[in-house]
Design a protein around this ligand. Structure first.
Ligand code: KIV
Length: 295
């Protein structure tokens, strides 16, 4: 599998995603909605890519759904790079976007650019995602200037969990809605090619989507966005505890894993695994003498 896929042959690109904005096609028709899923490892990336998803996001949700942290804050740049490289190896068709983790872009802007460059050079990311609106304008512009496409992210930005006092729906008052509209405009004006809207009222997401020229990708933001993103572990039933209402479960892989493990344990304990057909054998002429069985 190539590490750095080139455009063509159905490869999803940043300009291709921009073209998917509702109403921008010459005939003003509605293009198919953009599909985005998170991925954190090679086999999942490969399966999702082969299923035809448009964007694979190495989300910093990695911290919670794979590494077992309570929030996204602890995950490090090195951990994100490690997982992004694995996802790259499984991705051929989808656009690969990597989340910049908390602390990797909050201080010196030049350092933030260097960190984003690492995602491109070392992990083959084609874009990075950063959280925040108006206050990220300068940084988004710098990244774009450095030839790094940026996906914005506003609303319930999980890296702001301490500021918000928990994972809460955002933009529910008129004032908060106005602020999010300004944030969305700022992200677009700074040069982002798309924006994630997370956990905001459907009506507000529809308004932002209608106003922006870049595609909106919703998660808990209703059906009127230009695309949707879900955390793959939520979709597959591979999470523990509270599930937000927007996280539709398409499979119960957690139950499948539990059942398979329980069956394996039973089989080993009863001596039903491995069977003779699952064992290697000496050549026939050497067998009788060599095989001893401890009792
Ligand atoms: O980290 C993540 O998985 C995300 C998506 C929920 C958009 O940011």
């Amino acid at each position: 599998m190539s590490s750095f896929p080139t455009a063509g042959n159905g490869k999803v690109t940043v300009p291709g995603i921009l073209q998917r904005k509702s109403g921008v096609t010459p005939e003003n028709s509605s293009p198919a909605k953009i599909t985005c899923l998170t991925a954190y490892d090679y086999p999942t990336a490969r399966l999702l890519d082969e299923a035809g998803v448009d964007i694979l996001l190495v989300g910093d949700s990695l911290a919670m759904v794979v590494l077992g942290y309570e929030s996204t804050l602890p995950v490090t740049l090195e951990e994100m790079l490690h997982h992004a490289r694995a996802v790259r190896r499984g991705t051929r068709h989808a656009l690969l976007v990597a989340d910049m983790p908390y602390g990797s872009y909050h201080d010196d802007p030049m350092e933030a650019v260097r960190h984003a460059v690492r995602f491109v050079k070392e992990a083959g990311a084609e874009a990075v995602k950063i959280e925040g609106g108006e206050r990220r304008m300068d940084l988004i512009a710098r990244l774009v200037e450095a030839e790094i496409p940026v996906m914005g992210h506003i609303g319930l930005t999980p890296q702001s969990v301490n500021t918000f006092g928990g994972f809460r729906v955002q933009g529910r008052t008129e004032e908060a809605g106005e602020k999010l509209l300004r944030d969305a405009r700022a992200v677009e004006a700074a040069g982002a090619f798309s924006i994630v809207l997370e956990s905001i009222p459907r009506e507000l997401a529809a308004k932002i989507t209608a106003e922006l020229r870049i595609p909106t990708i919703g998660i808990g933001a209703g059906p009127d966005c230009d695309g949707q993103v879900l955390v793959i572990n939520d979709l597959l039933g591979l999470t523990f505890g509270h599930q937000p209402k927007f996280a539709r479960r398409y499979a119960d892989i957690g139950q499948i894993i539990s059942n398979a493990a329980a069956e394996y344990i039973r089989d080993v304990q009863k001596g039903n695994f491995p069977a003779d057909e699952e064992s290697y054998h000496l050549p026939a002429e050497l067998r009788g003498a060599a095989v001893t069985r401890r009792r």
